[in-house]
Design a protein around this ligand. Structure first.
Ligand code: SF4
Ligand code: SF4
Length: 450
């Protein structure tokens, strides 16, 4: 089996983002292979833990992937204050005599955004709505690299490393089967709050779970990297309760057109046409605009927004929601059937290095400083007696079930296979047991004897 087939068979998807199927990404040739270990968002520990714990496995797999891609350059990018992780990787590179570079980035948000990372390492701007491959690069998260290492040994993706941070006695790492209920993980962490909300992922782009029902329905997936626990009255929880109507009203009445949202936008700075201030300025008259050219001038740039949230969580002095309004504008463009042209050769704007958002300032702005610790979290190997494995853990089509109610499955068995035609990925079980339910959403497995 070649590398791409092994990765496809193991169901590897991007571990640090939206879950792009890796066998499709790596079915390519590239000049540069970049490993993203920059832990884009604050208060996530997973990538650092993996770099400290598996440096040799990471380095040897990077070499194999670079060889497969025909890459002349292999780079592991991480933040310059990750001292233990840099040391561990540098020692591994020495031991293996590997041609792998360590690239140290300043601590800013969003250092781990794929396109920002490509610009930092290569000085190239990825085209609007393009891929790193368009400028000769392939980027994988460090967790994905370890999944590839497993795939090359015919071990599928069936468990996940994730940190639990925020309102906990101390941050902790879990290694849990895919499909583990989030509530079970939280019960095993030492929470400081009895009434809490949880962000799946980081505070900037993660998914907020506010209600008990939302938390009870959530499970660990291939892309879960962190649970951020917050008190129910935390600023971020209250902010997430704003309705779209309220945000539109605020945009129309409170935006002072200072343009900070645009000036600090990471995609604007690498040369993309993203102008959230223009969207905010135009919302009040949206329904009145009939001319398509004028509509594009007002709202077209929303198409290039990557929803990183820098504008609304940091830049805006009025506490407005330009990211959400860009999302809203994308829907409006779709509804009107308007296609926005792409700039295929963007050029980074002058002063880009002075328009970075320092991570510590961002943490303070998000009222998260009290949750910052400098201890290395311990690992809990987590076992469950029941799980729900979703069919959609990746971008593209949901996987197709391969098991039925009553089937006995062993750990590592394929339970749903990649859908034909288009993006999809195989799914395996991380626990042995009996299939008790197959729903539209996924497969329920019980480890208890009948
Ligand atoms: S969310 Fe805001 S800062 Fe981020 S890309 Fe979109 S407009 Fe730019
Ligand atoms: S930063 Fe806020 S106030 Fe300033 S232009 Fe953008 S949305 Fe308006």
């Amino acid at each position: 089996m070649n590398m791409v087939e092994a990765i496809k068979s193991a169901g590897v998807v991007g571990a640090g983002g939206a879950g792009f199927p890796t066998h499709i990404k790596l079915n390519a040739k590239a000049e540069c292979f970049l490993v993203n270990a920059a832990e884009c968002e604050p208060l996530i520990e997973t990538d650092k833990y993996l770099c400290r714990t598996y440096p040799d496995r990471i380095v040897e797999t990077v070499v194999k992937i670079a060889e497969h891609l025909g890459a002349k350059r292999s780079v592991i990018a991480l933040k310059d204050h990750y001292h233990s992780e840099i040391k561990a990787l540098e020692q591994a590179i020495d031991r293996k005599k590997a041609a792998v570079e360590i690239f140290k980035m300043r601590s800013f948000y969003p250092a781990g955004d794929e396109q920002t990372l490509v610009y930092e390492v290569t000085g190239r701007s990825v085209p609007e709505r393009g891929l790193p491959l368009d400028v000769g690069c392939v980027v994988d998260n460090v967790g994905t690299v370890l999944s590839i290492a497993d795939a090359l040994e015919e071990k599928p993706v069936m468990e996940k490393y994730l940190s639990v941070t925020g309102a906990v006695a101390k941050p902790v790492m879990f290694h849990a089967p895919i499909g583990t209920p989030i509530r079970r993980i939280l019960q095993a962490a030492d929470l400081k709050e009895t009434k809490y909300a949880v962000i799946l992922g980081g505070p900037m782009m993660g998914k907020m779970l506010r209600t008990d029902g939302e938390i009870d329905a959530a499970v660990v997936t291939k892309t879960t990297g962190n649970l951020l626990v917050l008190p129910k009255d935390h600023y971020l929880v209250r902010r997430s309760e704003l309705t779209p109507e309220r945000m539109i009203h605020q945009a129309a009445t409170a935006c002072i057109q200072c343009k900070m949202c645009t000036d600090l936008c990471p995609r604007y700075m690498i040369g993309h046409e993203v102008r959230p201030n223009m969207v905010m300025r135009s919302l009040w008259k949206e329904a009145l605009i009939t001319d398509e050219k004028e509509y594009k001038r007002c709202f077209g740039s929303a198409a290039n927004c990557c929803s990183c949230g820098a504008c609304e969580m940091f830049s805006c002095p009025m506490g407005l929601s330009p990211r959400k309004m860009n999302d809203y504008a994308k829907g409006l463009l779709r509804a009107r059937g308007i296609n926005v042209e792409k700039n295929t050769q963007p050029v980074a704007r002058d002063g880009i290095e002075h328009h970075r958002i320092p991570t510590d300032r961002l943490i303070a702005r998000l009222d998260l400083t009290r949750y910052v610790t400098h201890t290395e979290p311990e690992l809990i190997e987590f076992q469950v007696d029941g799980c729900m494995i979703p069919f959609s853990q990746h971008i593209g089509k949901p996987a197709v079930p391969k098991v039925s109610v009553g089937d006995h499955v062993a750990k590592g068995d394929l339970v749903a296979s990649a859908a034909e035609g288009g993006l999809s990925a195989n799914i395996h079980t991380g626990m042995a047991g009996v299939v008790t339910e197959v729903t539209d959403r996924g497969i329920v497995i019980s480890g208890k004897e009948e």
